[in-house]
Design a binder for this molecule. Structure first.
Ligand SMILES: [Zn+2]
Length: 90
């Protein structure tokens, strides 16, 4: 399973869990963002504390007959430079 975790890893995220549903021909991958500073995607300034977020489910590339689906949280935070309130923090 360690090898599978490495294959399914995404940059900046760690794999929390992988569930293989052979009967549904599907793999569910649960990701958690790695610790570290979050930078504004507009100006690169380090963002302030997170202000909530929402869950995301994204279809990945298939592995043979198995479809992959990635589950992770998308956080929001304020940028002190842009003064925008709803900047994605990932
Ligand atoms: Zn910014």
């Amino acid at each position: 399973m360690d090898g599978l975790y490495r294959i399914l890893r995404m940059p900046g995220y760690e794999v929390l869990d992988v569930k293989i549903w052979r009967d549904k021909h599907r793999v569910d991958v649960y990701l958690k963002r790695e610790e570290g500073p979050r930078l504004c995607h507009c100006c690169g300034t380090e963002l302030l504390a997170e202000r909530g977020g929402h869950g995301m489910n994204v279809e990945g590339l298939p592995m043979g007959v198995l479809r992959t689906r990635f589950h992770f949280m998308r956080a929001k935070a304020n940028c002190p430079a842009c003064k925008k309130s709803e900047i994605r923090a990932d």
